[in-house]
Design a binder for this molecule. Structure first.
Ligand code: NAD
Length: 483
């Protein structure tokens, strides 16, 4: 039998008290990778107790010393970079290059959090009144938790715990039950880095573990990344239980191509944006908007680029698009394609029949392109999260901006243009949080904030950047007079 994963609580790998497990197959080969326990309240209680117990001592470790653990972790992550990237491909399905890229982005958060002695500084003003000084210091708050999605198994959790522990909090991670293995390896490395017991804890599970975290009185704040429906539930429930919350949700991202753009370049970049990671990125382009006379060249170019992709097992050289994560998700994406057809959209490229001979059990879907999609249709409104693109028409920049604004999501958006004026107008008015100008994927940069708006984000402080320090600390103001 394949191994059953264990939780990491109080510095020990412990067997979950779960009575239910999930089998985890490799999404490309179908080969079993092992079983994931679906932990419940008891395991969450144990993890929170361990984290609370560790908090008192950890917050007293000087920030400069806390940062040293992160320097060690960064060194170990570099040393095991290739091994972790391979685990990501094995459990998630994305190509090895995609896994490497995302892991590099994740590690940048560890690097950034190493600067915590500077980032955590407060402020002082002498003589707020005669002989009276005022200052504020940032203090850690307690135990934080993160609940993360399947599409970036190594990177997304790294958006959170490096900052949470650098600022002196302790932590519980509930990774996606679909892709828990890369985090298991990273937690082993945190253990090797000597991070004291209880400072970081890992609980495997699904919604029962999530709901236990959201209601737990011992948790001060929750970071969530996943679909919008769950993000909304997490935001409401955790807030109702008195916690800080940041909940990053789903997306339906537009790429607007102006007639003055370098269309060949726009086509290549848009194709990578749409089909990279088999469309399973919250920053993936989903609707490619050809403005004015750019439409035909854009559609033809995209069709050409899509047919040139090689679908297969992401571990193999030359494969440019892996499978989607699971059988169930494959069915969901196929249902979306079916609904597009039945609602009258035009299927310009149909990826439903694509199979990979060597891996008949893989969850493959070929690149798929729709035209004539109305924004009222199901595929026009909802996030598909698969290798399915729509090519749409807009008369003008104004018209393209209106199309973007009709979406209930507002995570990322891009414009391709050679006009600084159009680019400026677009970023000024479009109302989406992450904007690419001649960039297909407005990638997460550790030192900048990350998160959308409207139906793509619930909360105020975003992930990483300076917001992370705000989220994980409380500002204490001290006003003093010494006579
Ligand atoms: P998901 O919402 O299904 O799951 C995310 C997490 O929530 C998992 O840990 C899961 O165990 C838990 N969960 C699932 N259903 C739950 C429920 N009913 N109650 C409580 N907890 C529940 O998301 P996913 O399928 O793993 O990931 C894909 C989604 O994540 C997409 O919508 C994508 O756009 C989004 N995403 C957003 C960002 C961002 O930065 N905004 C980044 C990555 C992914």
């Amino acid at each position: 039998m394949e191994p059953t994963l264990r939780n990491f609580i109080g510095g020990q790998w412990v067997t979950s008290s779960a009575t239910d497990w999930l089998d985890q197959p490799n999404p490309a080969t179908g080969k079993p990778l092992g079983r994931v326990p679906l932990s419940g309240q008891r395991d969450v209680d144990d993890a929170v107790s361990a984290a609370r117990e560790a908090f008192g001592k950890w917050r007293e470790v000087p920030p400069v010393q806390r940062a040293r653990y992160l320097f060690k972790l960064k060194h170990l992550l570099d040393l095991h970079f290739e091994e972790i990237a391979r685990i990501v491909t094995e459990e998630n399905g994305k190509t090895l290059d995609e896994s490497r890229g995302s892991l590099r982005r994740g590690i940048e958060n560890v690097e950034h959090a190493c600067g915590i002695p500077t980032m955590m500084m407060g402020d002082t003003l002498e003589d707020v009144s005669s002989g009276i000084d005022c200052e504020f210091v940032r203090q850690p708050i307690g135990v934080f938790a993160a609940i993360t999605p399947y599409n970036f198994p190594a990177m997304v959790p790294l958006w959170f715990y490096p900052y949470a522990i650098a600022t002196g909090n302790t932590f519980v991670l509930k990774p996606s039950e679909q892709v828990p293995r890369s985090q298991v390896r990273i937690f082993e490395l945190m253990q090797e880095a000597g991070i004291p017991p209880g400072v970081v804890n890992l609980v495997h599970g699904g919604k029962d573990a999530v709901n236990a975290l959201l209601r737990h009185p011992g948790i001060a704040g929750i970071s969530f990344v996943g679909s919008s429906n769950v993000a909304r539930h997490v935001y409401r429930t955790a807030a109702e239980h008195g916690k800080r919350v940041q909940a990053l949700g789903g997306a339906k991202n537009h790429i607007v191509v102006m007639p003055d753009a370098d269309i060949d370049r726009a086509v290549n970049v848009a194709s990578e944006s749409v089909f990279g990671c088999a469309g399973q990125r919250c920053l993936a382009g989903s609707v490619i908007v050809g403005t004015g006379n750019s439409y035909d060249r854009l559609r033809d170019g995209l069709l050409g680029a899509a047919t040139g992709l090689r679908v297969g097992y992401g571990m193999e050289d030359g494969v440019t698009m892996g499978p989607v994560v699971s059988r169930a998700h494959r069915e969901r994406v196929l249902d979306y394609i079916e609904s597009g057809v039945s609602e009258g959209a035009e299927l310009a490229l149909d990826g439903r029949g694509v199979a990979v001979k060597e891996y008949p059990g893989g969850n493959f879907i070929g690149p798929t392109i729709f035209e004539s999609v109305d924004q009222e249709m199901k595929i026009g409104r909802e996030e598909i999260f698969g290798p399915v693109a729509t090519v749409a028409r807009a008369e003008s920049l104004d018209d393209a901006i209106l199309t973007v604004q009709k979406s209930e999501y507002a995570n990322a958006v891009s414009i391709f243009t050679t006009s600084g004026r159009s680019a400026r107008e677009f970023r000024y008015r479009v109302g989406v949080s992450m904007i690419g100008v001649n960039i297909g994927v407005a990638a997460p940069m550790a030192f900048f904030p990350f998160g959308g708006t409207k139906g793509s984000f619930f909360g105020d402080l975003k992930a990483h950047g300076k917001d992370a320090v705000e989220f994980y600390t409380d500002k204490k103001v001290v006003i003093s007079r010494w006579t």
